[in-house]
Design a binder for this molecule. Structure first.
Ligand code: HEM
Length: 153
């Protein structure tokens, strides 16, 4: 029961985290006028940033709790686990999560630093690059999550 409650929160956080990213990405394509885009991103940017921070933190906490519920910590560093298909999938998922967290931190840093002013060319490239990494890597995290869950019965 407890595992299911934690998994429920984990999945709600995952849908919100990934769905929020998709929504913002879609808005970027739909609203082509730079002035409209500037108005939208200036207005919702900080809210979106803090909102997503809550969900990525929830994902990490509930993910760590799920590993505990499934007694993964006891075998996490053993060679057998590292060489098993399950171990490889879990390591890959966690590595991609790590990249997404780093890209999120970088993206937030640039956004907060440049809030209220025009971003420099370098800031624009880093900001767009990091959001593209988050956007694309999220899909592979979901893919690995689906495959990993088959090992928990
Ligand atoms: C961006 C971050 C993450 C996303 C989008 C995500 C997404 C998901 C999703 C959608 C599932 C459900 C898969 C299914 O039931 O078919 C899942 C399961 C799981 N996730 Fe994550 N996850 C993230 C981060 C993490 C982290 C950081 C950990 C561990 C530290 C973790 C550990 C787990 C575990 C152990 C399960 C399987 C639970 C079970 O089936 O009982 N996740 N994840």
């Amino acid at each position: 029961m407890l595992t299911n409650i934690i998994l429920f929160i984990h999945i709600i956080a995952a849908t919100t985290w990934v769905g929020g990213g998709l929504l913002l990405f879609g808005m970027g394509i739909y609203f082509k006028d730079p002035k409209v885009q500037h108005t939208i991103y200036t207005a919702i940017g900080p809210f979106y940033g803090y909102f997503q921070l809550i969900w990525i933190t929830t994902l990490i906490i509930t993910g760590l709790l799920l590993l505990n519920q499934h007694d993964v910590y006891a075998m996490f560093l053993t060679p057998e686990f590292q060489q098993s298909e399950f171990g490889v999938l879990l390591y890959r998922k966690l590595l991609i999560v790590f990249f997404v967290v780093c890209a999120t931190a970088l993206h937030m840093y640039i956004s907060l630093k440049a809030h209220g002013r025009e971003r420099t060319q370098k800031e624009k490239i880093i900001s767009r690059g990091s959001s593209m990494i988050i956007f694309l890597f999220n899909f592979s995290i979901i893919w690995y999550a689906m495959n990993i869950s088959q090992y928990f019965v």
